[in-house]
Design a protein around this ligand. Structure first.
Ligand code: GLY
Length: 364
């Protein structure tokens, strides 16, 4: 059994968090960016956005920058942009704009922007500096922290990528006000995961909170939890695998929905389904109690819309799980809960067990 926390995180002040040789800024975070750029003595800087962040978030950042002397690289919004063609597009624009090794890429957006931008920067001219300015709750509490970069191939998520740390992360709570409710709840799923794997008190606190409007303190607490995990295990050899709870089944459901549904599931909606199925597997295989399984199921089904898994092809879902990059020797590998706040990594799950997990959700 693995545990990370015996302490309860308090977030009375939102001090800068130290990560793996970089800082995560909270207070007046956008206001700190000009000083960061100046101190880095960068030759040029570039801002990667999508059409939504260009419209809603770039003006807030620009208001803090004391120069217009940067080039903008804009991609289409959405997971479809996180592929090699868009990555080539970013590399080509960096070349066309004359980016050199002293250039800085600012990734202003959600997880697609930070993953794709981080990957493009980490490979351009063997690596240029990049910073993340995450604009969604999901990217603030998850994608921007921990140095994972990546792109998808054939809808297999993050199958190509690097571990490269950003030079800084600037978390601006004000961006969350620009988001629709569905996007907020997408990020909330990762926050709930942080409680489930590492901190039962935090889970309790989340349960009592208005998760359609999470406070800055809750965001801060989640970032602190994620940061503690990735600092201890930056390359996912051990406890970072805890962050994969709900993601083996959740990623498969997300990919399935992306391909088959006109209104596809958000990441958080798919991960919530994954967490319910994997909580069931936790109950069957890792000692999670029936009461806690019920509690998790009730909280998650209360927050997220029901998805008709009965109509989905379980053969296809299992195929996606088999392609998951976390697998070892062709075996599907899950992180499970032993109780709320404690986890167990490297649980090999058979096809039958995974199907049972899926049908637990489908028959709720
Ligand atoms: N999103 C999971 C991780 O950063 O490891």
């Amino acid at each position: 059994m693995d545990t990370i926390y015996s302490d309860t995180h308090t977030a009375d002040t939102m001090d800068t968090i130290q990560s793996n040789n970089y800082n995560i800024y909270f207070e007046d975070s956008l206001g700190q960016i000009p000083r960061f750029i100046e101190q880095g003595k960068y030759s040029r800087f570039f801002i990667l956005t999508d059409e939504n962040t260009s419209k809603y978030c770039l003006p807030l950042l620009q208001a803090k920058l004391n120069t217009d002397n940067f080039d903008l690289i804009e991609i289409n919004a959405g997971e479809e942009s996180k592929d090699i063609d868009f990555c080539i597009g970013v590399w080509k624009m960096l070349i066309d704009f004359g980016a050199d090794r002293q250039s800085l890429l600012i990734n202003l957006g959600g997880g697609v922007i930070s993953d794709l931008g981080g990957f493009a920067a980490s490979t351009f001219k063997r690596g240029i500096d990049f910073i993340h300015v995450p604009t969604t709750l999901l990217s603030q509490v998850d994608a921007s922290v921990g140095g994972k970069t990546g792109i998808d191939i054939d809808s297999i998520k993050n199958i190509i990528g690097t571990f490269t740390q950003p030079k800084a992360v600037f978390i601006a709570y004000e961006f969350l006000k620009t988001l629709p409710a569905r996007q907020i709840l997408s990020g909330t799923a990762e926050m709930l995961k942080h409680g489930l794997i590492c901190d039962a008190d935090y889970w309790q606190l989340l349960k009592e909170s208005d998760l359609a409007n999470p406070t800055a303190e809750l965001v801060y607490k989640s970032v602190a939890i994620k940061n503690k995990v990735v600092l201890e295990d930056p390359h996912e050899k051990n406890i970072r695998k805890s962050l994969n709870f709900g993601h083996t089944i959740g990623h498969a459901v997300e990919t399935y929905s992306l391909i088959n549904d006109t209104d596809s599931l958000s990441h958080g909606e798919a991960i919530a389904i994954g967490m319910i199925c994997e909580s069931y597997l936790s109950y069957k295989k890792a000692g999670l109690s029936a009461e806690e399984l019920k509690e998790i199921t009730e909280v998650l089904t209360g927050l997220y819309p029901r998805y008709d898994l009965k109509a989905a092809s379980t053969v296809t879902l299992l195929e996606y799980m088999l392609k998951d990059k976390k697998n070892q020797n062709g075996k599907i590998n899950c992180t499970l809960l032993t109780r709320i706040g404690e986890f167990n990594i490297d649980n090999i799950c058979t096809d039958e067990e995974l199907l049972e997990g899926l049908s637990y959700y489908a028959n709720l």
